[in-house]
Design a protein around this ligand. Structure first.
Ligand SMILES: *Cc1c(COP(=O)(O)O)cnc(C)c1O
Length: 432
C-alpha cells in the first residue's frame, strides 16, 4: 500500500463524493402548482375549517397516515416542534420526570424542559445504540411520566420490552423516528410503535422538504391536543368546546403548502431511497467486515434498518491504535460530499457528545438565572460524567459513524471508502 495521506502520501480519493439530493423535477412541478393556486398557507388559528390547514397539508397528512398505517398524521414545521407538541399533549406536569436518551440529536432531551419537566438520562444498548430497557427501568421513580425513545441511526427501539415496561408503570412512550422512516419492527413501521411518533423532514434526513416534521398517533384525543398545540390552542379551545386546558398554550408550528407539496412527492420516493441505502450498506459491509478491528452494527431481531448513519464499532485491543487516530487517518484519505463541504469528511469519531455533558445540564440552567426547573423540583439530579457509561464509551472510544451509503454513491465511490479503510488498517503501525 502507498504512504498514508496523513503522513504526506496521496489521498485515496481526490474528488468530492456525489451530493445527496433527493428533491428533483417532480417536486418542482408540485411547487409550481402551489404557486399557480396562490395559496401558500391556509391555516387559521381559530376554530374554523381552516384550523386544519390548506389542501396540500391535508393531502400530505392523509397520505402519510395511509402509508404508515396509522390513524392520524399531523404535520409540523420540524421534528423538534413535533416532540415539543407531544410532550405537551400527553399532559406533562411541571417537575415530572421524562426518561430520555443521551446519545442522539439534542431535541428529544430538551423537549421535557419546554414543559418544565426534568429530563432523566438512561443509558443506551452497546450493540443497537437505542435506549436500554434495563437502564430505563432503573431510572423510573414515582415522578416519571413518559419515555422518549429514539430510533437511532435508522433502526427501531426495543419496542416489545420498552412498551411492556411503560405499560406496567403507566408511562407514555414518545418515539423519535427522525432517523428511521420506513424502518420496521416485526413488519410494523417505526414511528408507529409508541403512543406517538415523530418524523423529521429536515434536509439531512432520508426524505425532506427543507424543514418539516410529522407526528403520528392512533389516539384521537392525543391527535386533537397535538393539533391545538400546533396552532394557537388558547384562541381555539373555547369555540371548540375543549374543556381540558392542560398545556393548551398554543404555538405556531405550522408547515407551509409548498413544504407539504414537496413532502408528498418525497414520501413516494421513500421506499426506493431506503432500498438504495440498504444495497450500499450491503456492499460496504461485505468488504469492511474483513477488517479485523471493525464490527458492523447489529440489527435487532425482527427489525429492518434504514441506515441514516452507519455505526461501526472499533476494537482498540485488536487495532492497537486509538480510534481517534484511525479516524484522523481515514479522513485524510477521503473528501467531503458535494454541498456539504463545510461539514468536512462525513466520517466521525462517535456521534454527538452524550447530551448531559452540554452546558445546560452541567450548570442546570434552562429558564432564567435561578436554575429553574431543577431548583424548584424539590429533588436533586445528577448529570455528571459517568452516568451513562455505555454512551460515553461509544462516543469517546469505540464508535465510528459515517454517511457514505447515501443514494447517489456509485460502486467506484463505495470502493474508495473501502480502500481508505483497508489502507489505514494495513498501515496503522506507521501512525501508532
Ligand atoms: C434530525 C433529528 C431531530 C430533529 O429534527 P428537526 O426536523 O430538524 O427538528 C430529532 N431527533 C433526531 C434523532 C434527529 O436525527
Amino acid at each position: 500500500m502507498s504512504k498514508l495521506a496523513i503522513l504526506g502520501g496521496e489521498k485515496v480519493r481526490k474528488t468530492k463524493f456525489p451530493p445527496y439530493t433527493p428533491i428533483g423535477k417532480e417536486e418542482f412541478e408540485e411547487v409550481k402548482e402551489v404557486f399557480k393556486s396562490n395559496v401558500f398557507s391556509r391555516f387559521l388559528g381559530a376554530w374554523h375549517e381552516d384550523f386544519f390547514g390548506g389542501p396540500q397539508i391535508r393531502a400530505l397528512e392523509k397520505e402519510w397516515a395511509e402509508f404508515f398505517g396509522v390513524k392520524h398524521a399531523i404535520s409540523v414545521n420540524s421534528a423538534t416542534s413535533g416532540l415539543y407538541c407531544a410532550v405537551g399533549a400527553i399532559g406533562t406536569e411541571p417537575f415530572d420526570e421524562i426518561i430520555v436518551s443521551p446519545y442522539t440529536m439534542c431535541a428529544s432531551a430538551v423537549a421535557p424542559l419546554v414543559y418544565n419537566a426534568i429530563p432523566v438520562f438512561a443509558d443506551v444498548e452497546s450493540d443497537c445504540f437505542c435506549l436500554d430497557v434495563g437502564s430505563i427501568e432503573a431510572k423510573i421513580t414515582n415522578k416519571t411520566r413518559a419515555i422518549i425513545v429514539v430510533d437511532i441511526f435508522g433502526q427501531p427501539y426495543d419496542a416489545l420490552k420498552i412498551n411492556e415496561l411503560a405499560k406496567k408503570h403507566n408511562l407514555k412512550v414518545i418515539e423519535d423516528c427522525a432517523q428511521a422512516p420506513h424502518a420496521k419492527l416485526n413488519k410494523k413501521f417505526a414511528g408507529t410503535l409508541a403512543d406517538a411518533g415523530v418524523y423529521s423532514l429536515n434536509y439531512h434526513k432520508h426524505i425532506h422538504s427543507g424543514e418539516g416534521g410529522i407526528i403520528v398517533t392512533d389516539d384521537d384525543v392525543l391527535a386533537d391536543r397535538l393539533r391545538l398545540i400546533r396552532n394557537h390552542a388558547e384562541s381555539v379551545v373555547e369555540a371548540k368546546d375543549e374543556t381540558n386546558l392542560v398545556n393548551m398554550i398554543g404555538f405556531n408550528y405550522r408547515m407551509t403548502e409548498m413544504e407539504a407539496a414537496i413532502a408528498r412527492h418525497q414520501l413516494r420516493k421513500l421506499p426506493s431511497l431506503v432500498e438504495e441505502r440498504r444495497k450500499n450498506i450491503q456492499y460496504l459491509e461485505n468488504e469492511l467486515a474483513k477488517i479485523p478491528c471493525l464490527t458492523m452494527p447489529r440489527v435487532r431481531g425482527g427489525a429492518e434498518h434504514v441506515y441514516y448513519a452507519h455505526a461501526i464499532k472499533f476494537d482498540r485491543q485488536i487495532a492497537r491504535i486509538h480510534r481517534d487516530r484511525f479516524v484522523e487517518a481515514l479522513k485524510a484519505e477521503l473528501m467531503p460530499m458535494e454541498l456539504r463541504e463545510t461539514e468536512g469528511v462525513k466520517i466521525g469519531c462517535g456521534y454527538v457528545k452524550p447530551l448531559y455533558l452540554l452546558p445546560m445540564f452541567q450548570q442546570q440552567m434552562a429558564y432564567g438565572s435561578g436554575g429553574f426547573p431543577w431548583s424548584a423540583s424539590g429533588r436533586t439530579y445528577d448529570y455528571a460524567k459517568g452516568i451513562c457509561p455505555t454512551a460515553e464509551d461509544l462516543h469517546f472510544n469505540s464508535l465510528i459513524t459515517h454517511e457514505y451509503m447515501r443514494p447517489g454513491m456509485t460502486k467506484v465511490d463505495l470502493d474508495d471508502i473501502v480502500t481508505a479503510f483497508t489502507k489505514v488498517w494495513e498501515s496503522r503501525d506507521e501512525i501508532r
